[in-house]
Every structure is written in structure tokens, then in C-alpha cells.
Write a protein that binds this ligand. Structure first.
Ligand code: UDX
Length: 450
């Protein structure tokens, strides 16, 4: 059993803290937001994440998981401290370290003995050294000298599958120069590291860069497929066939080759930009990484282009009403950060169209993001969006949107057309109901518009 303190109760901090408590460690999570901490102590979690709420409640009840705003107290007897606070992008796209360095100050001001400080926040190369410097400065100001080891321990969890990713990680990266620290973290992670060794020990800078490399690689696969989809659309080929054709090559693989309405979320857009900024700072022109981002920005606007083409020009969208299914950046989350829905809703409203939107989890978040502007109605169900709608647009691949009643769609949508930003349906199934169908990179449907 380790005494663990975690700074930050966002996705990463909350999930990591809860999973560490679940396997028996004694965990205190610290956040500056008192309302959030009160809610968490009562078992209410501020995010939608499958499986997390009961796990938080059980571990709080069993006394292994605590939430507090009192950082000084939480730090004082911890053996391992995790930094899991946000690193929002600066104006130039680089990661802003103010919250991370503030935690370093708190650590330096309050520790009472030897600690390992593990950084889980996604931070630029060199941050561990900065954190180390700040802690040592603060200790020196107190006239103290404790052994402190700052390591990089990046997190790879996915929203919507975060608990599972944390309980069954495919790798645990630890960047440290100390064998003793590596051994301590091996003990801490032992319950997650059964059957085969998932711990990869490396130097601190490589660990910091690994996180960016992983996200940028995945984002590259997506942008590649989106660009390929646009080619397929134009040449009259079907990207879904191409996806199957290339995914079967194990060197390419099946994952992250789904074309769509562009990637969003809290990680890919931010990390791709931050990596480009790091490269530039070190005199490397990030040609490929920059293209990954610009292809994605273009892709977020692609569905609107299909809509505008179908109606023979964006000017003809004035007065039209679109049912919109899916607002979150991906299924199983209420997160709308950098979601394609934000771009599309703005484009449709700018063109004078109205939108009737529904998302299984993100309605509260959508109200917060959009407010209640004219021309945007929030509906209680996917069926309710169809009332008075001319066309349907599907933007997030929630399970509940996968097999809709096409007869109902054909009866309800006055223009009898479906735009699918995630390639959920078989074109023939939709078209046999008398609906026009547009998807991403599926040449047949493109032929109808070009
Ligand atoms: C990602 C990484 O997967 C995770 O390892 C890291 O720790 C944080 O960033 P997350 O942002 O939660 O996780 O979502 P993910 O499932 O990776 O999807 C990101 C975006 O890419 C979504 O908008 C999704 O719709 C899109 N995507 C994903 C595609 O468009 N096509 C694909 O084939 C896969």
C-alpha cells in the first residue's frame, strides 16, 4: 500500500486516483475547486465516464479515496505525488505550464520527507526539469533538503473507456534516471502489471515526448484517412472498401483508420499543436504535423460542403431545418471540446438554417457551450429532432444512432436526405427507403452531387 496524493481531479487525475484506490492504495485527490471536491466526497462525479461513479463511491465509503482542497495537508504524508492538472494551450499553441508549476511550488512548500513526483499531465519536453527546479528552490527557501525525484509518467487513457484503460493499461511509461524510483513505481503499479510486463522505463525527456508522439501518430492516421476519403469521393471510390483493404495489412492495422468529420477532444488538437510548437522552438519545421492539423480543420468543414452541394449552394440553406444527432466529440462522453459539432452548428446557423440537436449525454454541456441562441433547439430524443426537419445530419457514432428507423426518417424529413459524418449506414439500406444518402468518402453518394 502506498500513500498517494494526486493534484487535479479532471479526467486523468480522477480516473487515476480512483483506480489506484481500487487496488488498495490510500489516495488523496486535491483540487482548488471546492464545489467539485464537496460533490466528489458525496460520490457525485463532475464528468460522464462509464463505470467511474460507483468506483468513486465505493472507494470513498471504504476510506481509501479522499478529496480535499487542503493541498498542504494532502502533501505532507504522501510518498508518491502525481501532477494531473491541465496544460491549456497558450496563444501560440504551446502548453501553458502555470498550473503544473503552481503544484511544484505547493509540493516544495509542504513536503516533509522524501517523495516521488510523477507528472501525468501532458507537458513539453524539459518540464520535469523545471518542476524539479521549482521544488528545490522552495525547499531551499525553507532551509530544507529532502530527496525528491521528479519523473515523467504520461497517461494514455481514452475518454469513454478511461476506467478500463487505467485498470488494464497496454503500457506504463516511466521516465526516470533513478533505478530506485523505477523500482518503487513498479511496486505501485504491480496490480496493473500482471501476466506480462507493461512497464517501460526510459529517460525523462523520451517519456515526455512519447506522449506527444503517440497522440500525433494517431491523429496522423485519422487525417490521412480523411484526405484519402476526399480523394475516394472525387474519383468515385468507396473509402469503406479501402479501409478494409488496407486495415487487413497488420503493418497498418484496423485502429484509427475511420474517416469522419474530423478529430476533436481535449488531447489530439491540443497535443498536435503543442508538438508543432516544440518542434519549431527547436528549429525543426513540423511539416507533417502541421498538415495533420490543417487537414483536420478542413475536414471539420467537409460535411457542410456536402450539405451545401446537395442544396446547390450555401445560400439555399436559409430557412432550412436540420436534425442533428450527436454533439460530443465522440460517443460515451459528454465532452464537446473541439467537437466537429461546434464547427458545423456555427456554419449552418451562419447560412441561415435552423438546427434541432440531440445527444444522449452532452445536452447540458451543449447548453453551456452554445447558450440558447435563436435557430438552435435542444431536443429530448433523436426522434424529437425530426419534427419539422428537412434533413438529418449524424455527427457522433453513438450506439443508439446506428440502426435508425429509416421509414420514419423518410416520412419525417421533408427533403428526404441524410448526411452521415461517421459512415454508420450501408448506402443501399438508406437509399432503398427513398432517402438520399451522403457519407464521408463514399463515391456513390458523391456521384449524385458532382
Ligand atoms: C486520445 C488518445 O486515444 C488517448 O490515448 C490519449 O491519452 C488522449 O487522447 P480521446 O481524446 O479520449 O483519447 O479519444 P479517441 O478515442 O482517441 O478519439 C479522438 C478523436 O478522433 C475523436 O474525435 C474520434 O471521433 C476521432 N477518431 C478516432 C476518428 O475520427 N477516426 C478514428 O479512426 C478514430
Amino acid at each position: 500500500m502506498f500513500r498517494v496524493c494526486i493534484f487535479g481531479t479532471g479526467y486523468v487525475g480522477l480516473v487515476t486516483g480512483t483506480c489506484l484506490a481500487e487496488v488498495g492504495h490510500h489516495v488523496t485527490c486535491v483540487d482548488i475547486d471546492a464545489d467539485k471536491i464537496d460533490g466528489l466526497n458525496e460520490g457525485r462525479i463532475p464528468i460522464y465516464e462509464p463505470g467511474l461513479e460507483p468506483m468513486v463511491r465505493d472507494n470513498v465509503r471504504d476510506g481509501r479515496l479522499h478529496f480535499t482542497t487542503d493541498a498542504a495537508e494532502a502533501v505532507s504524508d504522501a510518498e508518491v505525488l502525481f501532477i494531473a492538472v491541465g496544460t491549456p494551450p497558450d496563444e501560440d499553441g504551446s502548453a501553458d505550464l502555470k498550473y503544473v508549476l503552481k503544484v511544484a511550488e505547493t509540493v516544495g512548500d509542504n513536503i516533509r520527507g522524501s517523495v516521488i513526483v510523477a507528472n501525468k499531465s501532458t507537458v513539453p519536453v524539459g518540464t520535469a526539469e523545471k518542476v524539479d527546479g521549482v521544488i528545490r528552490e522552495r525547499l531551499a527557501a525553507r532551509g530544507e533538503e529532502f530527496p525528491v525525484e521528479v519523473v515523467s509518467n504520461p497517461e494514455f487513457l481514452k475518454e469513454g473507456a478511461a476506467v478500463d484503460d487505467c485498470m488494464r493499461p497496454d503500457r506504463i511509461i516511466v521516465g526516470t534516471r533513478s533505478k530506485e524510483t523505477a523500482d518503487r513505481l513498479r511496486q505501485l503499479y504491480a496490480p496493473f502489471n500482471r501476466n506480462h510486463d507493461r512497464l517501460i522505463i526510459m529517460d525523462v525527456r523520451s517519456a515526455e515526448l512519447t506522449k506527444y508522439a503517440a497522440n500525433a501518430m494517431l491523429a496522423t492516421k485519422i487525417s490521412f484517412m480523411n484526405e484519402m476519403a476526399n480523394v475516394a469521393e472525387r474519383v468515385g471510390a468507396d473509402i469503406e472498401m479501402i479501409r478494409k483493404g488496407i486495415g487487413s495489412d497488420p503493418r497498418i492495422g484496423w485502429h484509427f483508420i475511420y474517416p469522419g468529420a474530423g478529430y476533436g477532444g481535449s488531447c489530439f488538437p491540443k497535443d498536435v499543436r503543442a508538438l508543432a510548437s516544440t518542434a519549431r522552438e527547436h528549429d525543426v519545421e513540423p511539416e507533417l504535423i502541421s498538415a495533420v492539423e490543417s487537414v483536420n480543420e478542413r475536414q471539420k468543414k467537409h460535411l457542410f460542403e456536402l450539405v451545401a452541394r446537395h442544396y446547390h449552394g450555401g445560400e439555399n440553406l436559409r430557412g432550412k431545418t436540420f436534425a442533428l444527432w450527436g454533439l460530443s466529440f465522440k460517443p460515451d462522453t459528454d465532452d464537446m471540446r473541439e467537437a466537429s459539432s461546434r464547427t458545423l452548428v456555427a456554419q449552418l446557423r451562419e447560412a441561415g438554417a435552423s438546427v434541432r440537436a440531440y445527444d444522449p449525454e452532452a445536452m447540458d454541456e451543449a447548453r453551456r457551450v452554445f447558450g440558447e441562441p435563436e435557430g438552435l433547439a435542444f431536443c429530448d430524443s433523436s426522434e424529437a429532432t425530426l419534427e419539422g426537419a428537412d434533413a438529418l445530419i449524424v455527427l457522433t457514432e453513438w450506439k443508439q444512432f446506428r440502426s435508425p428507423d429509416f421509414r420514419l426518417l423518410a416520412r419525417s424529413l421533408s427533403d428526404r436526405v441524410v448526411f452521415d459524418g461517421r459512415n454508420l449506414y450501408e448506402p443501399a439500406d438508406v437509399e432503398s427507403m427513398g432517402l438520399a444518402y451522403y457519407a464521408i468518402g463514399r463515391g456513390r453518394s458523391c456521384a449524385a452531387v458532382s
